[in-house]
Design a protein around this ligand. Structure first.
Ligand SMILES: [Fe+2]
Length: 444
């Protein structure tokens, strides 16, 4: 059955996205605007143009066949880059980029066209390569929401004096680390992916749905905390090759990596570099690390990272065949259930949201940091690229990316569906990525 698109809801979502992006760009100084806080990413200026350019190019130009606003800027702002794709990108040359006012003028013009299309154009056209089930509309909405998370990673790396703290915000650093515990998950089926007809929209890498058998396994109740990770550091974990895969060990030596990127050391004291201030290392927070660091810790513990299928079972499974929409059940996501949807600029103590527990009693699987899995990012059987954004996933099926599941504090609530997958390279340390260990059970 065809139903008309809910234009008001889509416009509201677009405006909410744009307001959140504007607020992010308003936090940073002019000095930061042309800087490149993560060497393998573009300078900030690119993203202020890229978000509306992508929306305009995808929906208005490619989807609806609209005409250009400014071909030069549309091309300049067309595409971001993947870490390690371009280690030696252009320096922070201001000449290459337009003035901030020109970027904002272009963005405002692109926004006008996109909103007019959402209000009046034929945005849902059955059988159309980009507009069937209004695909291009959802693609641009989710694209911007996902970028807001990567923007936060970038802002995180800016010097503290180049960004303004929103009034009233303080990181929640108090609290003792939660008591860690192994939870046994019985053998059963896990659902990966989603049938496209069952959701308004899903990315190509989430399609289609299929079930897999998952053997009995144990998973930790909580994310690995800074306190637990400190034990690994103090035990010399970063100085022993046996915990690291070869390429990861070479990375430690080459880059002189001695601790997580979010940690800083002054004398004997450890600190966490927060978004707006540096705080004494909050022992109760999940540690944010690269896959390589998570994997080394798990090996040191005599454990391993959970597979993607194990995560699905731990988060969305139960002892009935029903699959939950969220770990806690089917009620909509609220701040009580976990740390996501931009509710905080930093992590919160592990275990602080018992209302978000899964059927098995596992905490914080969605929120407070993505969960690294042992699974390489690969297409599901029957994969086909989305016409609205064909390079979205296909460019990354290179066996060089690992899947993350769940959500971080900077993941929009619209992205919390069980099938949503995130992926990064194993030695990219900037992500809000947590982990927990898994292992076989005594009986398995
Ligand atoms: Fe993008």
């Amino acid at each position: 059955m065809m139903t008309a698109p809910d234009r008001d809801a889509l416009i509201h979502w677009y405006m909410r996205n744009r307001a959140r992006s504007a607020a992010l760009f308003d936090l940073v100084s002019d000095e930061a605007y042309y800087s490149r806080p993560i060497a393998v990413r573009h300078p900030l200026v690119f993203y202020e143009g890229h978000l509306p350019a992508f929306s305009f190019n995808t929906l208005v130009k490619r989807g609806l066949g609209g005409s250009n606003i400014d071909t030069q800027l549309e091309t300049l702002f067309a595409r971001g880059i993947d870490p390690e794709e371009s280690q030696s990108g252009r320096a922070d040359d201001r000449q290459h980029w337009p003035a901030r006012d020109a970027v904002r003028q272009f963005a405002a013009e692109a926004d006008r066209h996109v909103i007019a299309a959402l209000e009046r154009a034929d945005i849902e056209q059955p059988g159309h390569p980009l507009l069937d089930r209004a695909e291009a509309v959802f693609a641009i909405l989710e694209h911007e929401a996902m970028h807001q998370e990567t923007l936060r990673y970038m802002w995180h790396r800016l010097p503290l004096d180049q960004k303004r703290r929103p009034s009233g915000y303080l990181p929640a650093t108090s609290g003792a680390p939660p008591a860690q515990d192994w939870i046994e998950i019985p053998a059963g089926r896990a659902v990966l992916g989603v049938a496209p007809g069952n959701v308004p929209f899903a990315w190509d890498n989430e399609r289609p749905a299929f079930e897999v058998d998952v053997a009995e396994f144990a998973i930790e109740r909580h994310d690995t905390t800074n306190a637990a990770y400190l034990e690994f550091i103090e035990a010399g974990g970063y100085r022993e090759a046996r915990w690291w895969r070869n390429g990861d060990w070479e990375w430690l030596q080459r880059e002189r990596v001695e601790h997580p990127l979010f940690w800083e050391r002054t004398g004997r004291n450890w600190h966490w570099r927060g978004m707006f201030e540096t705080v004494a290392l909050p022992l109760s927070w999940p540690v944010y690390v690269s896959w390589a660091e998570a994997n080394a810790f798990a090996r040191w513990r005599g454990a391993r990272l959970p597979t993607e299928a194990e995560f699905q079972r731990a988060a969305y499974g139960s002892d009935t065949r029903a699959v939950r929409q969220y770990p806690w059940g089917n009620e909509p996501p609220t701040a009580e259930r976990g740390v996501f949807d931009f509710s905080s600029w930093d992590p919160e103590p592990g275990g602080a949201h018992p209302a978000g527990r899964s059927a098995w009693g596992v905490d914080d699987l969605v929120g407070n940091g993505w969960t690294w899995t042992a699974s390489v990012f690969a297409p599901f059987p029957g994969f086909s690229a989305l016409p609205s954004y064909p390079e979205y996933s296909a460019d990354f099926f290179d066996h060089e990316h690992f899947v993350l599941k769940g959500a971080s504090p900077a993941t929009a609530r619209e992205l919390l569906r069980p099938s949503f997958r995130n992926w990064f390279r194993p030695r990219y340390p900037c992500v809000y990525a947590a982990f927990r260990c898994a292992r076989a059970t005594v009986s398995s």
